[in-house]
Design a binder for this molecule. Structure first.
Ligand code: GLU
Length: 474
């Protein structure tokens, strides 16, 4: 339901995957629209024919879909709206607000070099402004930039920003191939789509004065502008590959939950008191531009990992199991537990594990030994616990476990308790070799949960396997 007249858009250029900065811009627009019961438009800015690709368009849709950032109108493709830009340009041309320019790229380059040599900022010198002869050769259309000494950008995040109007030259609006330039298509579309608020990355700030003069030349009201500060890495440099993965889908592959990432990027530049964890509805309820800061946000991968761990821990086991399926390693030798324990289903294993891992990849690694008999031992487990010194202890476990009447927690506690007393070992020292033998790892759910999940037959088989391993690696 749209009741507020608020209309925003996410307008990606499909020249690569959806990166964290783009996802955050999309999210802020989405949250702003949902908070105000407005409309969120998706517009693909694919007029750069050389750099736009179908794969990138798909990658952007995939990223938005995975994050559940849905839109109300579109996707619109600029490449399919060329007539609109052409008509708008013709109108400006007929009103004398645009003109044909026949300067060739070589001539422009020559003049740029000259200006550079003289230390003058390179700008188009207006040579074709008052031209009356129009040869039938390729040309571009340029906007006749009005003589305005100062352009004020009223930004909802940064306040008023003043730009020297004399620095703007007559910029190209339609290229010689008939395609619009970025600044032109954006304004025509924002106008055509009735965009009320332009929320975008502050790497576009320098484009905004140009866009404002064009809105004014078209006699159109200005949308409100809000430029979102960049995302920096921990070293305060602009976020890039060097700081780790920047593609949203790479986080999918690394085992992050989509809402954990949404929660994390929502907090990059925006805050609500000192709350860290937000449901989707809370984000919608609380989001506002007043609490978007004006300094760059710092991406902290450790915090994202922490947040992901919180989401994994709070997720219900069956949802988590289905999210886990694509991450599971192939099972070569599935084990079926003996009569004393039920087949441990994935939900049950996940339930034991979810408080101890931070990503679905870690979870997949952790549950593997509970699904496959041929799991491997971690190097830590081999070096610290599966060593000759522990052979007698593992043998003792094997004997005592064979002898207990029924496979219950109480009986198992009794076995460990008595072995602890006999060998004078505290639970840590007592359980670690057992844990390493049963799971191949040094960390696992509680040892009794592990024993119960596996069942007696499998436990005895694994103890044998560990003894053989130790025997072979003396
Ligand atoms: N297409 C531009 C980009 O991907 C965004 C344009 C805008 O939001 O005005 O950076």
């Amino acid at each position: 339901m749209t009741t507020s007249g608020i209309r925003v858009r996410f307008a990606p250029s499909p020249t690569g995957f959806l990166h964290l900065g783009g996802a955050r811009t999309a999210l802020f627009n989405y949250l702003f629209a949902r908070h105000h019961k407005g409309t969120f438009v998706l517009r693909v800015e694919d007029t750069d024919q050389e750099r736009s690709t179908g794969d990138s368009i798909q990658a952007i849709f995939d990223g938005l879909k995975w994050l559940s950032i849905d839109w109300d109108e579109g996707p619109f493709f600029q490449s399919k709206r060329l007539d609109l830009y052409r008509n708008a340009a013709d109108r400006l041309l007929s009103e004398g607000k645009a003109y044909r320019c026949f300067c060739t790229p070589e001539e422009l380059e020559e003049r740029r070099k000259e200006a550079f040599a003289k230390g003058i900022p390179p700008r188009y010198d207006g040579r074709c402004r008052d031209r009356s002869h129009f040869p039938d050769i390729p040309h571009v259309l340029r906007f006749r930039t009005p003589d305005i000494p100062e352009i004020v950008v009223r930004d909802l995040i940064r306040g008023d920003m003043r730009f020297n109007g004399n620095l703007l030259d007559d910029w190209v609006i339609i290229r010689s191939d008939g395609y619009p330039t970025y600044n032109f298509a954006v304004v025509i579309d924002d106008l055509d789509m009735g965009i009320s608020h332009v929320l975008r990355g502050d790497d576009h700030i320098n484009n905004t004065p140009r866009q404002i003069t064009l809105f004014e030349a078209l006699g159109a009201p200005l949308p409100k502008f809000a430029h979102i500060p960049m995302i920096h890495g921990p070293d305060r440099a602009k976020l890039s590959k060097r700081h780790g993965a920047t593609s949203v889908m790479a986080y999918h592959e690394m085992g992050y939950l989509p809402h954990a990432l949404v929660n994390y990027i929502a907090r990059l530049g925006w805050s609500h008191k000192d709350q860290e964890i937000f449901s989707r509805q809370e984000l919608i309820d609380y989001f506002d531009l007043d609490h978007v800061g004006s300094s760059p946000a710092v991406f902290n991968p450790e915090k994202l990992l922490w947040l992901n761990a919180q989401y994994i821990r709070n997720e219900d086991p069956s949802t988590l199991s289905s999210e886990l399926l694509p991450f599971l390693k192939p099972v070569r030798h599935p084990f079926s537990p003996g009569p004393d324990t039920k087949e441990p289903n994935l939900d049950r294993i996940v339930e034991e594990w979810k408080t101890r891992v931070r990503t679905l990849t870690e979870l997949a690694e952790a549950v593997h030994p509970f699904r496959d008999q041929e799991f491997s031992y971690s190097s830590d487990a081999m070096e610290k616990h599966l060593i000759p010194d522990n052979k007698p202890l593992i043998l003792l476990y094997s004997q005592r476990f064979s002898a207990i009447s029924s496979w219950t927690r109480e009986n198992l506690e009794e076995v460990l308790g008595s072995i602890g007393l006999e060998c004078n070992l505290k639970l840590g020292k007592l359980a670690q070799p057992l844990r390493a033998a049963l799971t191949g790892q040094n960390v696992s759910p509680g040892i009794y949960d592990v024993l119960l999940l596996l069942g007696r037959d499998e436990v005895l088989r694994r103890l044998d396997r560990a003894l053989t391993f130790i025997g072979q690696h003396k």
